[in-house]
Design a protein around this ligand. Structure first.
Ligand SMILES: [Zn+2]
Length: 376
């Protein structure tokens, strides 16, 4: 029996333009034909459903569209979902974007706004959807085929995957299918389930975390970084803080650092509802893996932030008038100033402040940074 792969298409806008609807349907059929041709070892289905939630006017944010797709995907037991709208999509880092894949959610959003009309639209839309599916299946940009990184929407067209990419995709689909069979095993404790999920593919999970470039998180999240900066400046300028920091035992400072990073990560993870990325109940390896990657990304981001605050505090503390600071800290002379220790203390407090400030961050910002694979 062949494995069934179902990819649902969700029309998310209230489109009544016959030409447009016909083009969507043709693109769907052509993509389906191509996949059936190229991957005969799988069974393919592509149901089309309408969720006419948005007016087909103005630009839309990709994130709620992705979440809509994830909902449909789970409700209808699909493996993947493609959400399609005629609207423009609001870009975050680019001038414009016509598609946003999220391999974490296994959903992609595509916009037909810049793809022309008629046969051109069918071909470009099909090509764009294949590109999105490539990302959902963990394929990076290739030199040829649909996963090629193109500069302009006109260059997308329906094309077969090159043989090596085809193999990579087939392997990925089989692995996913295996994982989904395993999850039927009942009675896994929560912790042991996560540990086991990590142990099945530690390298892959660490690579995924690395690919998210977690050190860039503080750059994108203004409120989080501002909260860290404000607390650091405040602590550098406060006599009492120097006095406390200078007299804390070394071991306490070390534990404080570790704990602060863990607590900050946990606060962000649960505060931003990243723990509930999908509403499926029970433990599924796929979801557990995504959550591990998200947690790991935040953890690395917080660790990086700690290091940055530490280095900055160290520099500033050296530049401050040492006599004054020594009086604040209550040590006999500037030579006795425990500057490195104090910088570590400030970094820990700064990271905690960042987590609290980060939870003021628009939930969408953190989610989008973490869930979007790219803006195509
Ligand atoms: Zn791409």
């Amino acid at each position: 029996m062949n494995l069934l792969v179902s990819i649902g298409w969700v029309l998310a806008a209230d489109v009544w333009d016959e030409d447009l609807l016909t083009a969507y349907d043709l693109a769907r059929e052509q993509v389906l034909d191509l996949l059936r041709d190229q991957f005969p070892e799988f069974e393919w289905e592509m149901p089309f459903v309408e969720r006419r939630v948005y007016v087909p006017l103005g630009a839309l944010d990709p994130l709620p569209l992705l979440e809509l797709g994830a909902e449909e995907k789970i409700y209808r037991h699909w493996d993947y979902a493609i959400v399609i709208v005629p609207n423009e999509l609001n870009p975050r880092h680019r001038v414009f974007t016509i598609g946003v894949p999220s391999s974490a959610l296994e959903v992609a959003v595509v916009s037909s706004a810049r793809l022309g009309r008629g046969d051109e639209l069918v071909d470009r839309l099909g090509g764009l959807v294949l590109h999105m599916l490539g990302h959902l299946w963990g394929v990076g940009h290739a030199l040829r085929g649909p996963t090629r990184d193109v500069e302009s929407p006109e260059f997308f067209h329906i094309d077969t995957f090159p043989e090596d990419v085809r193999e990579e995709i087939a392997r990925h689909l089989r692995e996913i299918a295996d994982a989904r069979l395993e999850e039927q095993k009942p009675h896994w404790g929560r912790i042991s389930f996560y540990v086991r999920t990590f142990l099945t593919d530690p390298r892959g999970i660490l690579e995924d975390i690395w690919n998210y470039a977690p050190w860039e998180l503080p750059l994108y999240l203004g409120r989080l970084t501002a909260a860290a900066a404000v607390s650091t400046i405040f602590f550098l300028m406060t006599a009492e803080a120097w006095e406390i920091g200078a007299h804390l035992p070394q071991r306490l400072i070390l534990w404080g650092a570790i704990l602060s990073i863990l607590v900050a990560t946990t606060l962000l993870f649960f505060g931003q509802n990243l723990s509930t990325i999908t509403r499926v109940r029970g433990l599924r390896e796929q979801i557990a893996r995504t959550q591990l990657v998200l947690f790991g990304t935040l953890l690395t981001g917080m660790l990086f932030l700690w290091i940055v605050i530490y280095v900055v505090s160290l520099g500033v503390a050296y530049l401050m008038p040492q006599e004054v600071v020594a009086t604040w800290a209550g040590v006999p002379s500037p030579r006795h100033l425990p500057i490195a220790r104090y910088a570590a203390f400030m970094a820990s407090v700064g990271v905690l402040a960042a987590a609290l400030g980060g939870n003021l961050e628009e939930e969408e910002d953190i989610k989008a940074e973490i869930l979007f694979d790219e803006e195509t």
